[in-house]
Ligand binder design. Structure first.
Ligand SMILES: [Zn+2]
Length: 108
């Protein structure tokens, strides 16, 4: 559950979302906890379901990135998500480039 203070940073929409209006980290709802950044969705998930398996991410299944409604949270692995695929695509492009750089110059 969100604390009372955190609840003041949310807006309940008519269609059932609980949108976060507080701070964001990398575009996701986050709060400062000492010198750590705590992702609100991860914290909520862990409260309800226990520890998040390594490598898994907590997502808003409703598609609203800032929605922190418990019922709209789901667990996923990064591979299924386009944004992650984009990131991987960029890595691949980068790797290809450096590979070209490593290739010996044609002789003759
Ligand atoms: Zn939602």
């Amino acid at each position: 559950m969100l604390t009372e203070k955190q609840m003041r940073k949310t807006v309940r929409t008519a269609d059932g979302h609980l949108l976060w209006t507080g701070g964001l980290a990398n575009g996701y709802p986050a709060v400062k906890c000492g010198d750590r950044t705590l992702y609100v969705k991860r914290a909520l998930w862990e409260e309800t379901h226990g520890t998040i398996p390594e490598g898994a991410v907590v997502i808003s299944t409703c598609g609203r990135r800032t929605c922190v409604e418990s019922a709209h949270l789901g667990l996923s692995t990064p591979g299924r998500y386009a944004s992650v695929r984009d990131a991987l695509g960029r890595y691949a492009a980068k790797a290809e480039k450096s590979e070209q750089a490593l290739r010996p110059a044609p002789v003759g």
